[in-house]
Design a binder for this molecule. Structure first.
Ligand code: URA
Length: 252
């Protein structure tokens, strides 16, 4: 049974959340209305905090339902503010910086990695550590300046010990990334590694099988390839990574 939590259409003070969580606790899934009345990332962020509470209470499925045709995309300013203030998952407690993204905000090519490591957490910029330097070399070799593309990650705060981000962390952060993709409006997106691939296109995709092949979805061309950190562990993967990026930046 689906519940329409109209309370999420607008800002709900924390204190009024309890009855809703209690009502839906027995249900299998809920449907959350997008806060379209005030198309503002703060409301969306507040709604997300409530969703996290609902998930903690055992709700397994949460859907955003767009109940309006109005364009509800956040502005960069709203998005950056919401990300910087985010405490929607446990990763916020140990972060030094929220790593939102870097590069050309109107790029035709966007890269999506997994999540910040120690160097990225320190500097607040994605892909500035060893893996990032290797990626930069590859871009330079192809005559592409890093500033021409836009780079972001599945999660914006560093998972401890560089572990993979967990589903509840990804669930919160993906709506920021979706807003970011809308704002950049890229033609092509490079998915770096399996965490990126599976959380953007679906768990049915495996990186070894999918890499190097274009996948079209909702008007965007996706190119899955290895994560640059995988190239540091296995030199042989460098050739495929190079080929995949060459394909992305091929002049048509
Ligand atoms: N690995 C990632 O997935 N992202 C970064 O920003 C750095 C390393």
């Amino acid at each position: 049974m689906l519940y329409h939590l109209k309370a999420f259409e607008a800002y709900q003070p924390q204190g009024t959340m309890e009855p809703y969580v209690r009502t839906i606790r027995e249900e299998e899934s809920i449907t959350v209305h997008h806060p379209n009345l005030t198309p503002d990332i703060f409301d969306k962020y507040t709604a997300m905090k409530h969703i996290v509470e609902a998930q903690k209470a055992g709700i397994t499925k949460v859907e955003w339902i767009h109940v309006s045709d109005d364009e509800d995309a956040a502005t960069w300013e709203e998005l950056e503010k919401a990300c910087s203030n985010c405490n929607g998952c446990k990763l916020y407690s140990n972060r030094k910086n929220v790593v939102i993204g870097t590069g050309n905000k109107k790029a035709s090519v966007m890269f999506i990695g997994e999540g910040p490591g120690a160097d990225e957490d320190e500097q607040g910029i994605p892909f500035v550590g060893k893996a990032g330097k290797l990626m930069n070399q590859c871009l330079e070799g192809l005559g592409v300046k890093r500033e021409e593309i836009y780079i972001a990650n599945i999660v914006k705060c560093r998972p401890p010990g560089n572990r993979n981000p967990e589903p509840d962390e990804i669930a919160v952060c993906l709506s920021y990334l979706e807003a970011q993709i809308k704002l950049v409006g890229p033609e092509k997106i490079v998915l770096l590694g399996s965490v990126s691939l599976q959380n953007i296109l679906g768990k049915e995709y495996a990186i070894t099988k999918s890499r190097g092949k274009w996948i079209e979805k909702d008007g965007i061309q996706y190119m899955p390839t290895f994560h640059p950190a995988a190239l540091l562990r296995d030199e042989h993967k460098k050739i495929d990574f190079w080929k995949d990026l060459k394909e992305v930046f091929k002049k048509s």
